[in-house]
Design a protein around this ligand. Structure first.
Ligand code: G4P
Length: 527
């Protein structure tokens, strides 16, 4: 193990932002990049998004719906650390993709709108973080607008998410009266100023504790009084920040700010530098892989088609788990048992794609692919390894799909296979009949898929309702499985990997099977 690799890994911060749509994730992303010097003027993230959307039909669906389907990776430097920010699609219909992105991060920033508190999508994403014990920093946004009382917000987080809160800052006023925050960790007063898009707020004044008379000189007396009372209550009611509790996912440090005015962003970044985790060891079927191991390993957590319509290529996003990756390296593709030379990997900087020359644990590189790479695939320098924990979820909606032109059935099956490999949808081939069944998590995905199959594969298709209610992968002893398949022939299918899937007609049908076959596991998640 190398000291150099260890040092580099310690300076990596790979994270994602989770939030309900409209809480300010895009705005905060822009501001993080602004502080990180990756963009000069806020607004670049959005402009780039629109630019990209205008270029492809598929993206039109996004544009029309005002949602972001595609997710990308942005890298920037701040405070001596290299940050990789993995964007997560905001719309709930695409949450499966988001779940997989969360397998590739070491920590998460949860953005909450101070007027709305915990919303449905935030809660759902939080549950995934909890399952994986991902540490969470909370950023309560839009303090420049009237919102709920900060204590009420803290209580809501504690109650709804069963997560201990530890405020690291305390807001002074709110809405029109918002004056700034008192930094509880550094005893610093950060005064709020509405800043122009590109301007960064001044670094706050150091105050000798909450009783310092300088506070009285800097703020109106009623606000100072409220602040002192508020801070006293916070210190009495909330536990102090405990790094271990944060790293284990029990406690969330809470920051307040106004992303649109660049306020509170520096404190958030400073916190990520000082305590967000660096790349963690990753589990494989056989052993745990440490980030400072010499040899390169990584896994693919996302495949994205059409990043560049001119090339019709696909990019497999790989999280590097260990080693020092260099461009042109030969990597061993575990599933296909083949060597691949990675000639032109890409990294995703805020402005554009760049050729990746090198990468370390925690970094994300894009492997251009013309097919052949799948979600969950492991790459190594030769060792036989398989990373665990990249999930497939049983779809909640199932539809039949057929080509408008029956002569294009073959093209359709190729398109479906490719989409299934990318993780864009589940595709099942029933044992009986010639239809394909496509399963998704949210209804909007059917539209996106129809659009993709038409534009990318030139096959206009029709989705139609089925009599199926849900799908479950089945697992167990071979003899039991064979018996189950024989008895349920009419409602069995295989997924794109050939794994057996039970298509159920209704909840009763599923429950009956569970009762009748206690030795079989009916799985909602396949890893
Ligand atoms: P999202 O990615 O989480 O969906 O949210 P996004 O950043 O797009 O923000 C949603 C809306 O909230 C945007 O307004 C944005 O300007 C606004 N917003 C974000 N942060 C703050 C903040 O700190 N204070 C205030 N007052 N507003 C904030 P919009 O009108 O929908 O879009 P736009 O026209 O401003 O782009």
């Amino acid at each position: 193990m190398s000291e150099m690799l260890k040092k580099i890994a310690q300076k990596r911060r790979t994270f994602a932002i989770i939030s309900h749509p409209d809480a300010g994730k895009t705005t905060l992303t822009e501001k993080l990049l602004l502080f990180g010097g990756a963009i000069n003027q806020a607004g670049a993230v959005k402009a780039r998004g629109e630019n990209r959307r205008a270029r492809s039909d598929w993206m039109k669906v996004e544009q029309e719906r005002g949602i972001s389907v595609a997710s990308s990776v942005m890298s920037f430097e701040y405070g001596g650390c290299s940050f990789n920010l993995l964007d997560t699609p905001g719309h709930e219909d695409f949450s499966e993709d988001t779940y997989r992105v969360l397998t590739a991060v070491d920590s998460v920033v949860m953005v909450i709108d101070c007027a709305k508190g915990i919303e449905a999508q935030t809660k759902k994403l939080f549950e995934v973080c909890r399952l994986r014990d991902i540490p969470i920093v909370t950023f309560i946004n839009k303090l420049d607008r009237d919102g709920q009382d900060p204590f009420a917000l803290l209580e809501e987080i504690e109650q709804t998410l069963a997560l201990e809160v530890s405020p690291c800052a305390w807001p002074i006023g709110m809405g029109r009266d918002f004056k700034g925050c008192f930094d509880l960790r550094q005893d610093r007063l950060n005064l709020f100023e509405k800043t122009d898009k590109g301007a960064l707020p001044a670094i706050g004044e150091i105050i000798e504790g909450i009783d310092d008379a300088r506070l009285d000189a800097l703020l109106p007396s009623d606000l100072v009084k409220n602040l002192r009372e508020g801070v006293e209550m916070v210190r009495a009611l909330c536990k102090p920040f405990d790094e271990t509790a944060y790293l284990e996912g029990y406690q969330t440090p809470v920051f307040f700010g106004s992303a649109i005015h660049n306020f509170g962003v520096r404190e958030l970044l400073d916190a990520l530098v000082s305590f967000a985790p660096s790349p963690r060891p990753q589990t494989t079927v056989t052993r745990s892989v440490k980030p400072d191991e010499e040899k390169v390993t990584g896994f693919v957590f996302k495949i994205q088609a059409n990043m560049d319509p001119k090339h019709r290529d696909r990019i497999a996003f790989m999280r590097v788990c260990s080693g020092h990756f260099k461009r042109g390296m030969k990597l061993w593709h575990q599933r296909t048992q083949k060597q691949m030379i990675i000639h032109n990997p890409v990294m995703f900087l805020a402005q554009d794609r760049e050729l990746a020359e090198e990468a370390y644990a925690g970094d994300i590189i894009g492997l251009p692919s013309h097919g052949g790479i799948r979600i969950g695939d492991t790459f190594t320098e030769g060792e036989s390894l398989m990373f665990k924990g990249i999930p497939s979820f049983a779809p909640e909606l199932l539809q039949k799909v057929r080509a408008v032109d029956p002569l294009k059935a073959k093209h359709l099956s190729k398109a479906l296979e490719q989409i299934a490999e990318e993780g864009g949808a589940s595709v099942f081939k029933p044992t009986v009949g010639s239809d394909w069944i496509v399963g998704v998590v949210g209804a909007l995905q059917f539209e996106v898929l129809a659009d993709r199959i038409r534009t990318e594969f030139d096959v206009p298709v029709i989705f139609e309702p089925t009599t199926y209610f849900t799908a479950r992968w089945i697992a167990g002893e071979k003899a039991d499985i064979d018996k189950f398949i024989a008895l349920n022939h009419a409602t069995m299918a295989v997924d794109h990997d050939g794994a057996p899937v039970f298509l159920t007609r209704n909840a009763w049908h599923l429950n009956k099977a569970i009762e009748d076959f206690p030795k079989i596991s009916f799985l909602k998640i396949k890893e």
